[in-house]
Design a binder for this molecule. Structure first.
Ligand code: 7TS
Length: 417
């Protein structure tokens, strides 16, 4: 059993106090206290985020960038302040480098259509990896069909890390883009993106980082990393669904054409043709998710108040505590042994299908995910059809992990009897 949290730790990271900010966590599921371990899919929302959305609708609801009245002014400044907050949070050079989209998937599709379709030609190559989420595979396959470019995949080793020697051999002057996940949603592996970016740039290759799993739990600095594009979703970092971010270096955004046309993104429109607003607005056609931007802004405030370094440190300790306990359970195998990793833990239990294990855990109030996790090429590579996945966030506790381990042990006996 985990020992009592020390007074010193409590001062730095008072998880009981934090849990009080998340109304959803205090309920019972199937007669047991909810243990929410499906955070890689989506995170829960604190009062402050829920309140910011309802306050927006109660006090400031209006369309942005259009009318000359007080409510429109409040909505517009809240929306644009959220853009500034995101820029500062990831250390972008300017808020003009932040495009609001509907999520990480939409951000990647935006780069595929507005950048790749315009600048790539038959014979060009793009590099992905075998551990990508479908959101970072399918958009490129659609573009490959349209442009005749070729897609290559960095192999994943059995231990769940990228084969960097193979990567080195894939670099050549025909490669124009590398689009790669910062952290695997299945294995938890944190990829050496700084090294990948440095090598790519020495060949003049642009790099898109899929940061859907990393931005919520670690400090990410786009200027230091020097990536060209970065995509992430608000809902995986306690913000609402339906809003996400594309970060892009400004000179690239300026050269890209809009992906969608409509209101908000134009400078002038005539029957003969139209001209576009400056970036980032030319990529935000139609009424955006204004309430979502208010919510995302409140989520960033919450993360910054807690401090990202403290969040990462606490989450790392939780993850290693869980990994340690799980490794002691007979017939359980953890999938992925990356030395640098986040808090998504995939595993298998001998003789138990993940689709049977997840409902068993649910009976005990524990929410995990089972399946291919939208990473079918990775599953194929690892010779698996599905895994069970527990993914932790900073409002989870050591005591919850103790219960999880106990229920896993019970499952082991239940299914093997
Ligand atoms: N990239 C990665 C690495 C992800 O984990 C996900 C979502 C996405 C992109 C897509 O994000 P969206 O917000 O646009 O849908 N991952 C998962 C998951 O692991 N379980 O549910 C969603």
């Amino acid at each position: 059993m985990h020992q009592e949290t020390s007074v010193l730790e409590k001062t730095y990271f008072d998880v009981e106090k934090i849990r009080g900010d998340f109304p959803i966590l205090s309920q019972e599921i199937n007669g047991k206290p909810l243990i929410y371990f499906d955070n890689a899919a989506t995170t829960q929302k604190p009062h402050a985020v829920i309140k910011s959305i309802s306050d927006y609708y109660r006090e400031s609801n209006a369309n942005v960038h259009r009318a000359l009245h007080v409510l429109a002014d409040r909505a517009t400044s809240g929306y644009e302040n959220a853009r500034k907050k995101v820029a500062k949070f990831i250390n972008a050079a300017s808020s003009d480098e932040i495009v609001f989209t509907s999520g990480a998937t939409a951000s990647i599709n935006l780069v595929a259509h507005s950048w790749a379709r315009k600048f790539l030609n038959p014979g060009n190559q793009i590099i992905l990896s075998e551990m990508e989420h479908h959101s970072n595979i399918v958009p490129w396959q659609l573009i490959a069909d349209l442009t005749g470019i070729e897609i290559k995949y960095i192999p994943v080793r059995e231990s769940g890390i990228l084969d960097m020697d193979a990567f080195d051999n894939m670099l050549n002057k025909n490669v124009k883009l590398i689009s790669i996940t910062h952290m695997s949603n299945v294995l938890g592996t944190v990829n050496p993106v700084a090294e990948i970016i440095k090598k790519a740039h020495s060949f003049g290759i642009k790099v898109l980082i899929d940061a859907a799993q990393s931005v919520p739990g670690m400090s990410v600095d786009v200027t230091q990393m020097d990536c060209d594009f970065m995509a992430f979703s608000s809902h995986k970092m306690m913000g609402p669904t339906g809003i996400g971010v594309l970060y892009s270096k400004k000179d690239l955004l300026e050269k890209m054409d809009p992906f969608m046309g409509g209101g908000e993104m134009i400078e002038t429109v005539s029957v003969e043709g139209s001209s576009w607003a400056e970036a980032p607005h030319k990529f935000e056609a139609g009424t955006p998710n204004i309430a979502g931007a208010f919510g995302l802004s409140a989520a960033i405030d919450y993360l910054e108040n807690l401090n990202m370094q403290s969040i990462t440190a606490y989450k790392d300790r939780l993850t290693h505590y869980a990994l340690d306990g799980m490794s002691k359970i007979k017939s359980l195998q953890i999938i992925g042994e990356a030395p640098v990793r986040g808090s998504a833990i995939s595993f298998r239990m001998d003789g138990v299908h993940p689709f049977d294990l997840a409902p068993f855990l649910d009976q005990h109030g524990i929410a995990i995910r089972a399946g291919h996790h939208c990473a079918q090429p990775l599953m194929k590579k690892l010779n698996l059809s599905a895994t069970s996945r527990a993914s932790l966030y900073f409002y989870n506790t050591f005591q919850e992990i103790d219960v999880f381990l106990e229920v896993l042990d019970r499952a082991n006996h239940f299914f093997l009897k």
